[in-house]
Every structure is written in structure tokens, then in C-alpha cells.
Design a protein around this ligand. Sequence first.
Ligand code: AMP
Length: 249
Amino acid sequence: MKVLVAVKRVVDYNVKIRVKADGSGVDTTNVKFTMNPFDESAVEEAVRLKEAGKVSEIVVVSMGTAQSQETIRTALAMGADRGILVASEAELQPLAVAKLLAAIVAKEAPSLVIVGKQAIDDDSNQTGQMLAALLGWPQGTFASKLVVDGGKAEVTREIDGGLETVALTLPAVISVDLRLNEPRYASLPNIMKAKKKPIETLSPADLGVDDAPRLVTLKVEEPQRRQAGVKVASVAELVNKLKNEAKVI
Ligand code: AMP
């Protein structure tokens, strides 16, 4: 069984985001990029399925600038077999990514597509769902546990107040939560081996997809700074402040 995993290159989660002075977006100059953390869990899960003998090939795909190759290499070092880069300089929005993934699915015919629940840069949480709709495939979103057996998958998902388990017939799309697993660090020998694994480069035109953005970003701004708190010496002082300063009681 073949698995396709989508990995996005995003600003590292440790980086303090700077908004551009004109409010048009996030300043990405001299900023560290890494694989979207949810996608690390997606790759890890695919590798575990391969180690368990349930998957024969893992193909990772990333869409974006040429630097997205680095993200693909990281996935290859974790254990994926080969990569596909869809090279584009456009601002790729979830619908365009879902269409590109759907075109790759048509080419590669995987039994399972695993994506992250969300990309931490745009926080869209849309790509997996759009892909399932475009393909007409079942979807299991926000997986915190995945069991694949025969032509079926069971996805456990965290919902308000508990866990829900859904059964899917493959082929299917699964989006993963961080709780699913603890992604491995690639070992040095595996990083070296990954350099020899193949990466195919395609363009959106090769896949017959128009990747132009459909949404316009009006403004990006930093959250308002919170004011420093004060310590009160007694409950009486707290009540007094709530009553006379904050006027909430
Ligand atoms: P989003 O809908 O943007 O929050 O992204 C959800 C998931 O879709 C990500 O965790 C990735 O697995 C996948 N994805 C989104 N954008 C890309 C991209 N440019 N390249 C590869 N995968 C992507």
C-alpha cells in the first residue's frame, strides 16, 4: 500500500513572528523555517505504518519555493522513500494545495493521504477537508490514534468532552493531531541516506492546476499587548479594585 504525506515548510514555531510594517503580511527575512509540526506527526505515522509492514512506499509532497526541498529531505531522513516538489512562487492557499494534491493522487494512486490538521503559519485547517471533498474520499480529521488494517482505517479523534472513533474505507484522507505520536529525530546516517533518495520536481501547470490565490489578505496585525497585572495585598483590596477601578462588580 502506498501512502502520500503532505509536508509544508513554515516559519519555525520558536520564532517570534514579526509583522511587516505595512501590515501586508509576516516578515520572513532571516527567519528559520522548519517542517510544519503537524506534518512531522504525519510523516512519523506513515513511517510507523511502514515499519509495521502495512505500508510499502511513502511519498512525501511539498508545494512552494525551491527551499521546500529541505522539508522534503527532512521527511526522507525520517524514513519516507521519495519526494515530489511542486515548485511555485505563488502564495499557495488551501484550495490550490488541495487541487495540486488531488492531481498528484490521480498520478500516484495512493491508498492513504496523510496531512497535518493545520499549518501553523496560516492556521487554515482546510486542506485535508478540501482534498477529501475534491476526491470524493472519506476523511478522518484530527487523528489522535490511527489503526490501519486491510482496506480499512480507524481514526480516533478528540472532540469536546471525549474521544470519537470513526471507521473509514480506504482510500481515505486523514489529518493528524500532535497527540498522535512523538516524531523521531533523523539520525545522521539516515540524513546522509536521504540525500540519495529521489525528488521529482513538477510545476502546477504540469499538473493542470491554476494555483493563483482566490482570497486577498486585507491586513495582518500583531495582537494587542496585554497590560501588566498588579498584585493586591488582600481580598478587601481586590474587591475594592473590582468595584471602584474595573467597575465590574
Ligand atoms: P492548512 O489547511 O493550510 O492549515 O494545512 C493543513 C495541512 O495541509 C498541512 O499540515 C499540510 O499537511 C498540508 N499543506 C498545506 N499547505 C501545504 C503546502 N504548501 N505543501 C505541502 N502540504 C501542505
